[in-house]
Design a protein around this ligand. Sequence first.
Ligand SMILES: [Zn+2]
Length: 239
Amino acid sequence: MHNYLSPNYSRQKRSINSIKIIVIHYTGMQSERVSMIRLCNPKSKVSSHFLINMNGKIYRLVEDNKIAWHAGKSCWGKYKNLNKNSIGIELVNRGHRFGYTNFKKKQLSSLIKICKKLIKKYNIKRKNIVGHSDIAPSRKIDPGEKFPWKELANKKIGIWHRCKPNLLKKFRKIKINEKQEKIKFVKNLKNIGYCFPSNKNSFFAKTVKAFQRHYRKELINGILDKECSIIARNLLKNL
Ligand SMILES: [Zn+2]
């Protein structure tokens, strides 16, 4: 672990009991250097607790007991504006804007190592290991569909379903017509942690997209279909 401290955190400290969530990001910038400069520039007002480069080198930018500025306006379960309740981890990747690439093996094994430590230290629930897009679906798409959530879940980091991919595929694009089933889907997603502000209809498609980016990356269209509905139900069974 290398210290490379960023000044971008709240002055007030937090109790470590308030740490409940791990938020995974990609940097989405041209290079590691540019990302580091931005995350440590007081003018940018953004940071995270950790940054992992493509070779798996881990930098600590903000100490755990300080509130880093990585989540922004966000919501997960009963938590709102998650900076104060979360640890933010940035993975170096150019992202959708500058050439999105697969995450590197060494980078992921460092991420797994650090997540395991944090989970143990702060007793973080599996369903509270999320992507930035999960907690801010109307603004964010990182860490994106190339992030291997399933592999991480195999290591008990985050959750995954137990449906057989071949069987699931048959339900892709099959429309859901009953209102009841849509209501049930929303209820299931809420139980996982996703937030649906009741007054915003446009939010629904964006949240479905975030869900797909995480659990059904083969088709990310923001349209609820039978496959999504089955995945959501199965995820809850295994919580
Ligand atoms: Zn992010």
